[in-house]
Design a protein around this ligand. Structure first.
Ligand code: ZN
Length: 155
């Protein structure tokens, strides 16, 4: 595994342990060239998913990209990292179990929003505001006020 800091390919695994209720293996890695430390996750991939964008372009589904967008939305929110990991794995499993290899980006956005809404309203609004590409503050306010009457998303 290439070091994300210096690009050296000779990195060592220092520690491996099950994560996310044994859905993943978490490995702590160490780069002997720069001393950098980083973490990788190993997971079962049931099928290769393809994201179909609104403009028709297709690209391979990238879990890391999904994870980054969710982490940005959840930044500084009181959400347990483990809970977020589980949520992300849950989203990926849902996508994999849709039974289709091609998944519209819209579907992914909706599943993410639905999942985020259950755990944190602020993270949900942040994600949704980017996802729906609200540009005018008016729209954003309208969206938030539309969000309120629903209130709880608990089941
Ligand atoms: Zn390095």
């Amino acid at each position: 595994m290439r070091c994300p800091f210096c690009g050296n390919v000779d990195t060592q695994v220092k520690d491996s342990r099950p994560a996310e209720d044994h859905v993943a293996i978490r490995r702590r890695r160490f780069c002997s060239a720069c001393g950098g430390r980083f973490t990788t996750y190993e997971r079962v991939q049931l099928r290769d998913l393809v994201v179909v964008k609104t403009n028709g372009r297709r690209e391979d589904f990238d879990r890391d990209k999904l994870e980054r967008s969710i982490r940005i939305a959840a930044q500084k929110r009181p959400i347990e990292p483990e809970r977020l990991d589980q949520m992300i794995s849950g989203i990926v499993r849902r996508l994999e179990s849709l039974g289709e290899t091609d998944i519209p980006s819209k579907t992914i956005g909706e599943i993410v929003m639905e999942s985020l809404a259950r755990i944190d309203t602020v993270a949900y609004v942040r994600f949704a505001s980017v996802y729906k590409n609200f540009q005018a503050a008016d729209d954003f306010d309208k969206f938030v006020s539309e969000l309120r009457p629903e209130g709880k998303h608990d089941e």
